[in-house]
Ligand binder design. Structure first.
Ligand SMILES: Cc1cc2nc3c(=O)[nH]c(=O)nc-3n(C[C@H](O)[C@H](O)[C@H](O)COP(=O)(O)OP(=O)(O)OC[C@H]3O[C@@H](n4cnc5c(N)ncnc54)[C@H](O)[C@@H]3O)c2cc1C
Length: 424
């Protein structure tokens, strides 16, 4: 160990949402205790800046364990209860970041600029005395006398406690490349296999290509062998490579998780999500009866975007200029079935480069739910996306970062404030 050394009571590896929040909460509640954040990226907070389309969807008005997947819902519930969405709102308000609500309960900064959120966190970290070290990629965390040795390049940081806040593998150019899993595994943890989540899906074939840019409501169903079908409603966006939009991002984790578990998975869409697929034939019968002289393509355009209607009718080889009264029963039934269960030939997702989050990670049962302390390595804590928890779209993933950061920080503060750990 020839390079420079430093020491801190707490070393946090990773300065994203979870790492920064842990540092702030700890420094606020354990005054006089030193905390250093080491991050491999040249600048902190790249992911916060690109989040929510550059506006940062900080949390959601209503957050519950049902909004998350992965490890035990009871543990997630417990951690969310310690630092709720309203605590997040109050925390940011106190930092001068006012939030407003948009559709589906999503909360954004009033400035509509993610920079406001990042600057507030960085300023507060500075105010409470957190040492922020960008450009310090941690390559090893090992046990040392009285704690840990954290190696980042030539610098070694000796710390009594270490928090792993290295995120997952999504958006690797932001610095979250999955190496944190290795650091945790080196210290005795196992890993629930990881997959991209909240990621667009790539389709085989040509059907999607002419529809690129069209967006409309659907209900997606992910059918995986041996599992209950997962149904999700929302907006689908057709793209040159396949499909995106909130409903697709939410469905993507289910497709990936089935595949990683070795199960076949298929995805289908109902283009008329307000109708039960079995009732769509009745909708077409009603259209034929109310508008018998209208061409099929014009009748369908009342139900869904005309480009989608044209593509569906074309694919089924039904003549679009057929008047509704002359649509044969067979053609009508074929069309009704197709509109209710359109098969989407998913080849893959766009991968971690385009994924908003990573599913899988360090198992929740390997941490103490009261403290997020490792059950494998005393003195180690894990927060944020590195854990096997992923949220649906809508601000839930950041809420997991804030809540898990709070639980670990408060546990650390209690530890360091306890008399037996007071330094003489
Ligand atoms: C494009 C995009 C948009 C998103 N939008 C939203 C949104 O609007 N709302 C929402 O709730 N969620 C959103 N998310 C998800 C959310 O950003 C993440 O869930 C959250 O940032 C996870 O926080 P984290 O601190 O656990 O990990 P990260 O934010 O990934 O931070 C991990 C940090 O650790 C550092 N690091 C990793 N390995 C090392 C190492 N070996 N040594 C030192 N440092 C290391 C990285 O450089 C990084 O700074 C979005 C994600 C993406 C990619």
């Amino acid at each position: 160990m020839d390079g420079p050394t430093q020491s801190a009571e707490v070393a946090i590896v990773g300065g994203g949402a979870a790492g920064l929040a842990t540092a702030i909460f700890f420094a606020r509640h354990a005054p006089g205790r030193s905390v250093v954040v080491l991050d491999g990226a040249a600048k902190l907070g790249a992911k916060i800046l690109v989040s929510g389309g550059g506006r940062c969807n900080v949390t959601n008005r209503t957050v519950s364990a049902a909004d998350f997947y992965g490890g035990s819902p009871n543990v997630v519930k417990r951690i969310l209860a310690e630092f709720s969405a309203s605590d997040t709102v109050a925390f940011f308000n106190k930092l001068g970041v006012e939030l407003h609500e948009e559709e589906h309960g999503k909360l954004f900064p009033n400035t509509n600029d993610a920079r406001t959120v990042l600057d507030a966190l960085l300023n507060e970290a500075g105010r409470v005395g957190v040492q922020l070290l960008a450009g310090h990629r941690v390559t090893d965390v090992s046990l040392a006398t009285d704690g840990f040795a954290v190696a980042a390049g030539a610098t070694t940081t000796f710390a009594r406690a270490v928090v792993l806040a290295t995120g997952g593998r999504s958006l690797p150019k932001s610095g979250s490349d999955g190496f944190g899993y290795q650091l945790a595994q080196n210290l005795g943890h196992s890993l629930v296999p990881v997959t991209p989540a909240l990621v667009p899906l790539v389709l085989d074939g040509e059907f999607h290509k002419p529809l690129s840019g069209v967006s409309h409501p659907v209900e997606l169903t992910v059918h995986a062998d041996g599992a209950k079908p997962v149904r999700i409603r929302g907006m689908l966006l057709w793209t040159h490579f396949g499909i995106s939009g909130p409903v697709v991002l939410d469905a993507s984790r289910h497709w990936h998780r089935a595949r990683v578990d070795g199960r076949d998975a298929t995805v289908s869409a109902s283009f008329l999500p307000d109708h039960d697929p079995a009732a769509i034939d009745g909708v077409l019968i009603a259209l034929a009866s109310s508008s018998p002289a209208v061409h099929l393509r014009n009748a369908l355009a009342r139900l869904l975007p005309s480009r989608v209607a044209d593509a569906v009718v074309g694919k089924l080889n039904i003549e679009p200029s057929t008047v509704m009264a002359q649509l044969t029963k067979d053609a009508r039934r074929l069309l009704g079935h197709a509109l209710g269960q359109w098969s989407l030939p998913v080849r893959d997702s766009r991968g971690y480069k385009y994924a908003e989050v990573t599913a899988g990670g360090i198992p929740l049962d390997e941490v103490d739910p009261r403290t997020l302390a490792s059950r494998k390595c005393p003195g180690l804590y894990l927060v944020g996306e590195i854990l096997d928890v992923d949220g649906r779209i809508g601000g839930f993933n950041f809420q997991w970062s804030w809540s898990s950061a709070w639980v670990a920080a408060m546990a650390l503060a209690r530890r360091f404030n306890a008399s037996e750990l007071q330094t003489p």
